[in-house]
Design a protein around this ligand. Structure first.
Ligand code: BGC
Length: 397
């Protein structure tokens, strides 16, 4: 009997120990799942070593401080922006602040790198942004081809990529831009109406930027037939390294020399280069005599439009582009598919990719509608009308 009882007691003890162990495990499990643990969530967003997008965090946040128009809360999301340079004023004055504003509105963090016009540096920049914890990338590519491995590498790590303003031929990237073919068409329409026949110079942007050819394609829609018919002769046509205004000036000086100043119009692909072209024309007394185009709505260019030395600047409200990219970045970091981003369409790229794209509309600004940029708060009257004879244009009374 004693022996049996002893065995029974031993078995009871074992059972109890087993139960205690089981309870301990249960208690640990319950503790792990309890809401008390959420307190540590506050540190999660600042873990900058996390490279993959956190798709669960945003939706569990309160919606109180949610001011983004997309309704996305971006707490804990880091957006890495890779700029190729800040040469044109638009990038620092309009694009960047608009991206930051959109991210601020949703609580997402902004980090950036500036490649200083080096395609090679930009590859390193993208790597660095990822190691600094970027959950999503916005890339303004210096060279749309050279950047491809860095983009693929990011995508392979589950980091969404936005091709900002300039095409990157990877259909897994979201492409957010203005209608660049439309920009070329609009500038050519204004110039062609004034000069339906004669000698044209075409000053194109950086060859490694797909926008240079998109713009040229848009021009062709307008002048193609007149060129074929011999009414228009393109006497010079050049790409311009890095969209550099000084290089554009040299190109135009050479063009004038080669043609004995016999030039009737200059289709110039952006305002920075138009500045160089107008300087070249001024050096032979032809500024204000030959229609010149540009794009961006640079303040100096809009002033030239008011003065009459530049005919048109196709204005792209870069604030809208920056906002669209900032909002889309947050959505993508939260796991939205490209097709779920608001306002996307399909765009067939020259490389044969169907790009999921947000395409914004450009607006040509001439002396007749300078009020648009004033009303939009893009430029103030004093800047627009500097040295402009009072009353010579409606916007400068
Ligand atoms: C942009 C233009 C800009 C140019 C130079 C192009 O890709 O579309 O707005 O002027 O780059 O920065």
């Amino acid at each position: 009997m004693d022996g049996r009882r002893h065995i029974q007691q031993e078995e009871e003890l074992k059972r109890n120990r087993y139960l205690i162990a089981l309870l301990a495990v249960l208690a640990m499990l319950i503790a792990a799942c309890s809401p008390a643990d959420e307190g540590s969530d506050t540190t999660e967003g600042t873990d900058t070593t996390t490279a993959s997008p956190d798709t669960t965090e945003g939706p569990t946040e309160t919606t109180e401080d949610m001011t983004s128009t997309t309704g996305a809360t971006g707490e804990g999301i880091t957006v890495g922006v890779s700029w190729n340079n800040f040469n044109e004023p638009r990038w620092a004055n309009f694009d960047k602040p608009a991206i930051i504003e959109a991210l601020d509105a949703s609580g997402a963090e902004y980090i950036e790198a500036d490649a200083g016009s080096s395609a090679e540096q930009q590859l390193t920049d993208v790597e660095n942004l990822i190691s600094q914890g970027a959950d999503v990338l916005i890339i303004l590519a210096q060279d749309g081809t050279a950047i491809l491995p860095a983009v693929q590498n990011a995508l392979d790590q589950g980091i969404p990529v936005i091709a900002y303003d300039r095409l990157i031929e990877n259909p897994e990237a979201l492409y957010i831009t203005f209608d660049n073919i439309g920009v070329g068409t609009l500038m050519a329409e204004v110039i062609y109406e004034l000069v339906p026949e004669g000698n044209y110079a075409v000053i194109k942007g950086n060859q490694a930027d797909a926008n240079a050819d998109f713009l040229r394609e848009g021009m062709e829609v307008v002048i193609g037939d007149a060129v074929a018919a011999g009414d228009i002769t393109i006497v010079c046509e050049e790409y311009t390294d890095n969209w550099d205004g000084a290089i554009a000036q040299t190109t135009m000086e050479q063009c004038l020399t080669d043609n004995n100043d016999d030039l009737d119009a200059a289709l110039v692909e952006n305002d920075g280069m138009a500045s160089g072209v107008v300087a070249a024309l001024a050096s032979v007394g032809l500024d204000g005599q030959i229609p010149v185009s540009g794009q961006d709505g640079d303040t100096a260019a809009l002033n030239r439009v008011a003065l009459g030395t530049q005919t048109v600047s196709v204005w792209k409200d870069a604030r809208l582009l920056g906002q669209a990219a900032g909002e889309a970045a947050v959505q993508l970091a939260q796991g939205a598919a490209l097709g779920d981003v608001s306002g996307v369409i399909d765009f067939e790229s020259p490389g044969g990719n169907t790009m999921t794209t947000i395409l914004l509309d450009p607006t040509p600004i001439t002396q007749d509608n300078l009020n648009l940029v004033l009303d939009a708060g893009w430029i103030d009257e004093a800047t627009l009308c500097q040295n402009v004879e009072s009353g010579s244009v409606e916007a400068c009374p």
